[in-house]
Ligand binder design. Sequence first.
Ligand code: FES
Ligand SMILES: [Fe+2]
Length: 436
Amino acid sequence: MSDTRVNPYTTLPARPVDPALFTLESTYRSTRLPVELASTLLPDAYTSPEFFALERDRLFTDSWVPVGITSDVARHGACVVVEVAGRSIFVTRNRHGELRAFHNLCRHRATKLLDADAREVGRRGRIRCPYHSWTYDTDGACLGTPLFEGSDIPEGQEAIFDTSIATGFDRADYGLLEVAVDTWGLFLFVNLAPNPSPLATQLGDLPRRFADYRLDEWVTQRRRTYDVAANHKLIGENFMEYYHLPWVHPELNKVSKFSDHYRWQGPGMYTGMCTTPVSRNSDAGGWDGLRPLSSLGPQDADSGRFVWLFPSTALVVLPNHAFVLFNRPVSPNHTVETAVLLAHPESLGGEGGDDTAEEGVEQLAKFWDLVNTQDLEIVERVQEGLENPAYRGGRMCFRFEEPLHRFQNMVIDKMVGVDRVPSGDESTMTRMFPDP
Ligand code: FES
Ligand SMILES: [Fe+2]
């Protein structure tokens, strides 16, 4: 009797795939299939410098990219310096309290203006170039060449440096280069596109799903950076499935039942899961140390929400804290991840916080560091395997990996130039298994 099955592996392209094919729909045929039949995204997407360069432009310069925490830029002149698609950008507030974002470079000869760790743009909300002292305000206006406070020019010699009489030069033409900025909840977003579509289109139904959490009021408690020897997409793909729970997170698995996990995704550029009821404390720590937010309805008050915001940010929200992972691609196999732990002031006990809140925050920080380290270690091993050209692609485990399929198809859309926001599941929560 002959076996008539065709091994689908042999139909996957041999590696390396010609980079000229990375922007063609036909390259992704096997990942475009329905999830039950689909193969994973082509492995070169995680290893090829050419794919990385294309992806940098196609995924990161035409998306609203979460870059920071809204409450970290609370006042006039406060700022965060971030990198999107390899470009340094800073976000600040002008004197009217409005957000502004700019490319972090001087309009004279392009010197980088602010250091990566800057939290204030400069004295009195003025941004001064360290090279020849051109100075800007928080609306990006070029205030002038160096006749301004702090320029350290000896008294009486200012006029020598006055370039305002330069022929054909109007400093109004030399304001900082602006970048689109917006917020949703605890996130600052920037978009490098000249005329971006509204952030609301990308977010889909997320604002409604998170309405009762009052996310714009949450405040940073801890921040930590991880250097990850893996492609940024692997960090996302690991985040959006819990198939790996028993083996990678034995502590978490003791308290988090498979049957309590649901898919939680509507229309929008995101993937989502939830745990309801949310796991309680375990030996490895838990989330009970802080007060739950009072505005939550019964289901939010007993759920953990896990959302991957396309292209590269994780958002975990529990009833009393949030954990965010910003992933910045550096090269095909290197990502810098910034983890931020947040809480609502109410969860910390109101003004000044209560005695146990600090302990609760510390316990949460340890818990998430453990879970995240476990995740990053396994993700680095995936990267090692992917580097071997013998691997041409795998098969989706459909029960658990529908969000990966959704995500990988968003990546493909951007690579081939399809403008599409995925629609969601029919119900708000989708159980992954039939009841036993
Ligand atoms: S490069 Fe900035 S002032 Fe010259
Ligand atoms: Fe995990």
